[in-house]
Design a binder for this molecule. Structure first.
Ligand code: SAM
Length: 349
């Protein structure tokens, strides 16, 4: 386990001003859902090889490196922000392997209308980049950290060094990024001890630890039966140790996680349950791939190219409004249909 140094006073309970139901987004789908949240993949390359994301022997072909430039990302995100997006998360692949990530953040921060600019990272480059990211305008980070057992972490990520990632978490807290959330994908071979160590971090640290049910994609579907574990298992485990969890959801929900607190704890424990308890009815999300395609649902069966329209604002807006009508009511995961998503590497969750 990494040494857990004393960390800052950041509060994982800050309410992030993301209008959801009561905003004024012009991006409204056929079911009346206002779309105010955009996840932007800036690359599909990653410096880790997590076993559930890119299983050994998986037939996953990386495309070319023809990713949107920083300027193209600014134009496309800027258009969506003008139409109603308020909250933007940069993701990947691993966003911090992009050499111009600080420039991308700076350009997005300068857009009028973004109230919340966040980043998802595997943390491997975070100790070096936490301060530059904050200075460029990142508000908060999510760090993927499936276990606090170094050997097991290395086994799951197939290259990762837990100590380095932990230094990144500490650097993020020290830089004042708030909140810092830790995401752990639940694997069937997670032992109670893996859960306990992550949960215990919340007792005296302002961290939001979230457990995510593993979702099937083309590359990992064979793992799903043997590897699936529900968040209910974690909740039961936590409640058997600490008693009933208290609800810690902010007044306006900002995402799919349901948040709880161990009585008296500083941080929170969250559950993201796309399979056991779905949350599509109030989905407020759109996603952009690194090559400038719009994905309306993580598990949709297609994406929509927008990049060729970047020089024609009217045509770009018209296309966005046109394709919005295709946003599905809900994903079909529970029926075994994961659309055309090959791996989360493509889109970042
Ligand atoms: N590299 C960044 C990171 O590690 O956060 C961003 C991209 S990564 C694909 C985003 C998140 O998706 C990570 O927390 C990862 O663990 C999670 N993830 C990957 N495959 C998944 C799956 N099949 N089901 C659920 N979560 C998954």
């Amino acid at each position: 386990m990494p040494e857990l140094h004393q960390i800052g006073q950041a509060s994982s309970e800050r309410d992030i001003p993301v209008p959801h139901k009561n905003g004024s987004s012009r991006l409204v789908d056929a079911f009346g859902r206002e779309l105010t949240y955009l996840r932007v993949s800036v690359t599909d390359r990653c410096n880790l090889r997590c076993s559930y994301c890119l299983p050994e022997g998986a037939e996953f072909r990386f495309g070319d490196r023809d990713f949107m430039t920083a300027g193209q990302i600014e134009t496309l995100v800027g258009t969506l922000v003008d139409l109603g997006i308020r909250s933007v998360r940069l993701t990947g692949g691993e966003p911090l392997v992009r050499k111009d990530i600080i420039e991308i953040v700076g350009r997005l921060r300068a857009l009028d209308g973004i109230q919340d600019l966040a980043l998802s990272t595997n943390g491997t480059e975070l100790s070096r980049l936490a301060v530059p990211l904050r200075d460029a305008g990142i508000d908060r980070v999510n760090v993927s950290i499936d276990t606090l057992d170094g050997e097991r972490f290395h086994e799951i990520t197939r290259t990762g060094d837990l100590e380095k990632v932990w230094q990144g978490v500490e650097a993020a807290l020290a830089a004042g990024l708030d909140p810092v959330k830790l995401n752990s994908v639940l694997l069937a071979d997670h032992r109670p001890r893996d859960i306990d160590r992550l949960v215990d971090l919340t007792l005296d640290r302002p961290l939001a630890v979230r457990f995510i049910e593993m979702m099937p994609t083309a590359t990992n579907k064979h793992l799903q039966q043997e590897q699936f574990r529900s968040c209910d298992w974690v909740r039961e485990r936590v409640e058997s140790r600490f008693g009933a969890l208290e609800s810690a959801d902010p007044p306006i929900r900002t995402g799919p996680a349901k948040s709880f607190r161990i009585p008296g704890a500083r941080g929170t424990v969250g559950f993201i349950t796309p399979l056991s308890h779905t949350f599509c009815h109030d989905c407020n999300r759109l996603r952009l791939t690194a090559r400038g395609e719009l994905r309306l649902c993580l598990f949709a069966d297609r994406t929509y190219a927008l990049r060729h329209l970047l020089t024609d604002r009217a045509a770009l807006e018209a296309e966005i409004f046109r394709v919005l009508a295709d946003k599905p009511a809900e994903h079909m995961l529970t029926e075994g249909n994961y659309g055309n998503l090959a791996s989360f590497m493509e889109i970042g969750g």
